[in-house]
Design a protein around this ligand. Structure first.
Ligand code: NAI
Length: 664
């Protein structure tokens, strides 16, 4: 796993190369190999001038061994402590070796990979477009526990380490890492990187870590008066939610900064073990590593060979059309965007994008993605207009967020090639793509849409057609629940607060304003039209009153549940109180929180039972990436599976708040 080679100058290169794996991780093979390499370095110390640590893989080092971490139980705590102590002990023996040690970071160094690099005295990163450095641990419910917290704090200072690296989970380009001071130099070729590494070694025979030098102080110091404020600041940043990973990262950093290096390392290990053996890290690893890998790997992609897309037509240069065009162009696909006038079309202009009002310019496109107004007749017309012009077998995709695909497909001559490709706004930032399969959509169309989604860097879930598909339907359920609470007389600030406390990124009333109440109303009316037994809820009256009576359809009009001034929320609308039932009702906070989490989980279970969802993985990933279901749950269906008594609690909520909570 680690090749040890010494040259004539006495410089040893340790090349990490886990056999049979695509990337290096901190698995058992690595641990044994690293110990052996460090033993040998110490044994041969007299003949060693310095050490270069690099990798033979495309990436430098991928980080922790997540499959084994995901299995950790509380009984494993002693073994985990021993393992982490070994890993950290070897890093420590490397950084106190008494010879310069340089990390030659030839590709991505994330999590444990960055920790390997931090245990070196000098870091040179290869400045290639794909290289990223960061600590994604917090996004998996973990903390960088192989010295990552301890060293980053000592290198950058408490506040920069926390707010830039440890608590964000962000992945930085090498140039940003250089600016922040976590790497020391960049190189543009592997050869240049190795030359720089050798030169640095020869120029710095006395290399040591700053914290091992006399008189070392943490950068920025530790103003005692500020320390107690950290937890409160974090609480504010988390909007009141209580999440173990950020809390433990903060505790590790603040406690560790006040003690010596070795004690800080033990504190870090203990906090990591608490996270590792708990449920939330398992949920998050389950969703964001395992489910994600399955979904992106094509779990729901039919196993058929299809030609790759070569030229994309986007219809509509509005917010979504422009975003979709940019995403395709960024992936190197030629794109033609059509709108009704050249001026409107020009709004989507950008590198690799041609804009036009002339349908003839779409000749030869083998993918059409339609993003015109949400109007079925208009959508039918634009497809009829472009079909004679584009490639005879072009994939025909609609970005509709609410209109059933099977119905739209009836308007085109080739329904087998018709599919939903539901992107999320803003397209450049949102990682999810919901592929919607109509009753007559072919497997080849699904595979083509899936491959296109992957090519432009999206995570594509595949769902069957239905009202609101999966994401719009379930987010509608969340919003409905909040509006129902409002109708019951629960104060609007309590509703928003309960959701934030449960871990949602945005309060549901603010969200309703964003997506617009007109859309919420439209999806619900489709349900009503389709079923005689559809439960009419007080929330429905309230939405109708907001849209039809008070003309407050949401943010785009500047009037919704919130009042807006200059695009910003200025406060809740003061007429809201008048919409509640006069009796009012006091609902405990725990019930408010659970009503959100359960309403969505039960609806997702119904989606699975009805076949709207084809796999649980798609449901979990779609809920986290697309509609803001709290990531700590591991996704909407895992929440139901992992809850101690999901059915019991659902039955309790059903008795108190209505049949929609009845266990599925
Ligand atoms: P938009 O109103 O920003 O853009 C629609 C564009 O279509 C306009 O530029 C309009 O001039 C153009 N258009 C109208 N008739 C046309 C025609 N005959 N040929 C070519 N272009 C024509 O709307 P937005 O928000 O971009 O939404 C577009 C579609 O995407 C809708 O179906 C919507 O439901 C869906 N969607 C919207 C999301 C959002 O967050 N806004 C999210 C996901 C899907």
């Amino acid at each position: 796993m680690i090749t040890y080679s010494r040259d004539d100058d006495g410089i040893v290169t340790l090349t990490l190369d886990d056999p049979g794996q695509s990337a290096n991780t901190m698995n058992a093979t690595y641990v044994a190999a690293m110990s052996a390499a460090v033993d040998r370095l110490h044994a041969e110390r007299d003949t060693v001038t310095g050490v270069i640590v690099t990798s033979a893989k495309k990436t430098f080092f991928a980080g922790g061994d997540l499959p084994s971490m995901a299995r950790a139980t509380p009984e494993d705590a002693p073994a985990l402590f021993k393992l982490l102590s070994t890993i950290k002990g070897d890093f420590r023996r490397l950084e106190t070796y008494g010879r310069p040690v340089v990390a030659a970071i030839n590709g991505a160094a994330l999590g444990g990979g960055l920790e390997v690099a931090l245990a070196c005295h000098h870091r040179i990163a290869l400045d290639t477009p794909g290289t990223r450095l960061g600590f994604p641990e917090v996004t998996l419910g973990l903390l960088p526990g192989a010295g990552g917290v301890t060293r980053t704090v000592r290198m950058l200072g408490l506040a920069p380490a926390l707010t830039t690296w440890l608590l964000t989970g962000r992945r930085y380009r090498p140039a940003d890492a250089l600016a922040h001071g976590l790497v020391d130099a960049l190189a543009s070729t592997p050869a240049e990187m190795l030359t720089q590494a050798r030169e640095w070694i020869l120029a710095n025979p006395d290399a040591a870590q700053p914290w091992d030098r006399e008189g070392y102080r943490i950068p920025g110091g530790l103003p005692a008066a500020q320390l107690p404020a950290y937890p409160a600041t974090l609480r504010k940043q988390l909007k009141g939610a209580s999440l173990p990973a950020p809390e433990k990262i903060l505790a590790t950093a603040v406690e560790g900064a006040q003690v010596d290096f070795e004690t800080a390392q033990v504190i870090e290990t203990r906090h990591l073990i608490t996270l590792l053996t708990g449920r939330i890290a398992k949920n998050m690893i389950g969703a964001l590593f395992f489910d994600m890998r399955a979904v992106n790997g094509g779990l729901a992609r039919p196993a058929v060979e299809v030609p790759p897309a070569t030229r994309v037509a986007v219809l509509g240069a509005g917010m979504m059309g422009a975003g979709i065009a940019q995403a395709c162009a960024k992936a190197g696909l030629p794109v033609v965007v059509k709108d009704v006038t050249p001026e409107l079309a020009a709004r989507a202009a950008g590198p690799g994008i041609t804009t036009t009002a002339d349908v003839a310019d779409l000749a030869g496109c083998d993918v059409v993605i339609e993003a015109v107004f949400e109007d079925p007749a208009l959508k039918r017309d634009v497809f009829a207009e472009v079909l004679p012009v584009v490639a005879p077998d072009a994939l025909l995709a609609s970005n509709t967020s609410t209109l059933p695909i099977t119905g739209l497909a009836e308007g085109v001559s080739r329904p087998g090639d018709f599919i939903g490709m539901h992107f999320f706004s803003p397209v450049g930032k949102m990682p999810l793509l919901e592929i919607v399969v109509g009753a007559r959509t072919s497997d080849a169309a699904v595979a083509r849409a899936f491959d296109l989604g992957r090519r432009i860097g999206k995570t594509p879930i595949v769902v069957n057609d239905g009202r609101g598909f999966f994401t719009s339907r379930v987010i509608g359920t969340f919003i409905d629940e909040a509006i129902g609470m409002l109708a019951e007389g629960v104060p609007a600030p309590s509703i928003e607060h309960a959701a934030l406390q449960a871990g949602y990124p945005t309060g549901p009333l603010a969200l309703a304003d964003e997506v617009s109440l007109t859309l919420v109303q439209r999806i619900r009316r489709q349900f009503e039209a389709a079923s005689d037994s559809y439960e009419r809820l007080p929330s429905h009256e309230l939405v109708d009153a907001m849209v039809d009576k008070h003309d407050r359809p949401g943010r785009s009009s500047g009037r919704g549940f919130y009042a807006y001034g200059e695009e910003k929320r200025t406060g809740l609308w003061d007429g809201l109180v008048s919409l509640a039932t006069p009796e009012g009702r006091s609902v405990p906070l725990a019930d408010l929180r659970d009503r959100f989490l359960f309403a969505e989980a039960l609806d997702a279970q119904r989606c699975l039972a009805e076949g709207v969802l084809r796999t649980a993985e798609d449901g979990n990933i779609g809920s986290i990436l697309g509609i803001g279901y709290p990531a700590w749950t591991g996704g909407v269906l895992r929440f139901a599976d992992q809850h101690d008594d999901f059915r019991g609690r659902a039955a309790e909520l059903a008795a108190r708040y209505g049949d929609r909570f009845a266990p599925v």
